[in-house]
Design a protein around this ligand. Structure first.
Ligand SMILES: Nc1nc2c(ncn2[C@@H]2O[C@H](COP(=O)(O)OP(=O)(O)O)[C@@H](O)[C@H]2O)c(=O)[nH]1
Ligand SMILES: [Mg+2]
Length: 444
């Protein structure tokens, strides 16, 4: 049993119970002899002493039709933490145990309701903070990656069958070189496919953590002012004195539905103190890790920080040049050449901020369009693919140097198949399950 909704005051709180004794529990608590599965019932929840704890709605799910694959009960009570506590205490008296984090999903996996990459997708679905990540997690939960893996396994099985034919009926294989070529080609194609799956890991992870946008530029150009203006709150200190921002500050910012991580950094100049030097080093590190950078400049002041320096840290395609302080009038300073997207804004009056947001969204879309993975590949999947790749690539090399017996080829293919299966059904199950479900909340 567990509370499945967040702790705290809310309209409704949901308590979940799962396990073989659920039926007895429903009889005991609600005093019913018969009830239908997946129907809503309205009853008083009375504790063992007969004291009414709340008016609740409850649902019963039978065996394989439940989330966990076992008989389960969901109780919707009023969202008062005190009521929830009393209900949980009463259930404990009735010999229920509090669930571990992710235990409901773990049971769903153990009862074959979902496979492991679908269980991972449940976690991704709950934590997705942008549309693409949500769509990806939802597809994964419906079994998209699982289907891909079974298609890949099918291909390996077919290859194994043709290799085994060669072993069993060597005399009938009058066309042997053609057959070897076919196997070689099929393995080559297979390797290409799993390499492209591995390459989807980087973008899958960007989607999960959100796009990182870094404000970079010389001191006093108005980076912190822009940071506050975009977030619509006074988060960063703003001062006419140069070198105000020493440490970087980051905040979550939702821009046209995209969840971004916006970072304000220390201004780039020759540092006047050790502390400022450390701040500047951190700015450069952040710039290198950034998905996008807003290069803030004050066009009324001669620039010392050059575009060439910028280019050594980030691809200019990922940069927008923001000319700030436009409320002070147009400036005569030369604009950056090189086709950088430029926008004129005033962090003070808010002028041009809408255009900047549009440009930013356009950049994010470009990143999204070119970099939306078809499958959500996490580190565990990528490492399985890497191991499959190693086995098959070495097989191919030995096949080319003609020192690979067909029997060995067959055993390599069997090994690759076994490893591939770990995506949906891991070999070292307990350890992997413990690691995965520790990231879940209690009640999921
Ligand atoms: N007129 C004008 N002043 C600004 C604008 N943005 C920032 N400032 C001023 O420029 C100075 C430096 O701003 P700050 O945000 O601390 O710059 P940072 O060092 O780049 O973070 C402050 O005095 C701000 O009030 C703007 O759009 N227009
Ligand atoms: Mg600042």
């Amino acid at each position: 049993m567990a509370l499945a909704t967040p702790c705290g005051v809310a309209a409704i709180a949901k308590v979940r119970v799962s396990g073989p004794r659920t039926k007895e529990l429903v009889q005991e608590i609600f005093g019913k002899k018969e009830w239908g599965a997946r129907h809503v019932y309205h009853s008083s929840f009375r504790n063992r002493q007969g004291e009414r704890l709340d008016e609740v709605c409850w649902f019963y799910f039978e065996g394989e039709h439940s989330y966990t694959g076992e008989d389960s009960l969901e109780i919707d009570c009023h969202g008062n933490p005190l009521i929830v506590q009393k209900i949980l205490e009463d259930l404990e008296f009735r010999a229920c145990r509090l669930a571990e984090p992710g235990e409901f999903t773990r049971r769903a996996f153990l009862n074959h309701k979902i496979d492991l990459c679908q269980a991972e997708a449940v976690l991704d679905l709950i934590h997705a903070n942008n549309e693409e990540a949500l769509a990806l997690a939802s597809q994964q939960l419906s079994g998209k990656l699982s289907r891909k893996v079974s298609e890949l396994s099918e291909r390996l099985l077919r290859l194994l069958a043709s290799v085994e034919m060669t072993i069993d009926f060597p005399s009938e294989m009058d066309d042997e070189p053609k057959d070897a070529n076919h196997i070689r080609e099929a393995i080559g194609q297979f390797l290409e496919d799993i390499r492209s799956l591995q390459a989807m890991q980087r973008d899958s992870e960007r989607l999960k953590r959100g796009t990182k946008v870094v404000l970079i530029g010389e001191p006093n150009v108005g980076k912190s002012s822009l940071f506050n203006c975009l977030l619509r709150q006074e988060r960063a200190l703003v001062n006419a004195e140069a070198g105000t921002t020493r440490d970087f500050i980051s905040a979550s910012w939702i821009c046209s539905g995209y969840v971004l991580e916006l970072c304000d950094t220390a201004g780039l100049r020759h540092p006047e103190s050790d502390l400022e030097r450390q701040g500047i080093e951190k700015s450069i590190t952040l710039l290198k890790e950034a998905d996008l950078a807003l290069w803030v400049v004050d066009p009324h002041v001669l620039e010392k920080f050059s575009i060439q320096t910028l280019q050594t840290h980030i691809d200019l395609k990922r940069v927008i040049r923001v000319e700030n302080k436009s409320d002070l009038g147009t400036a005569d300073m030369p604009r950056a050449e090189n086709g950088l997207r430029t926008v004129s804004v005033s962090a003070k009056t808010g002028m041009g901020i809408d255009v900047l947001c549009l440009l930013l969204v356009e950049k994010i879309r470009v990143l999204s369009v070119h970099c939306v993975p078809s499958y959500g590949i996490n580190e565990r999947h990528a490492s399985v693919f890497r191991r499959v790749e190693q086995v098959l690539a070495s097989s191919l090399v030995r096949m080319d140097s003609a020192d690979l017996a067909v029997e060995c080829m067959a055993s390599d293919l069997r090994l690759a198949l076994e490893i591939l299966g770990e995506i949906t059904n891991p070999y070292d199950q307990e350890a992997i399950l413990d690691r995965l479900f520790a990231q879940f909340c209690i009640g999921k």
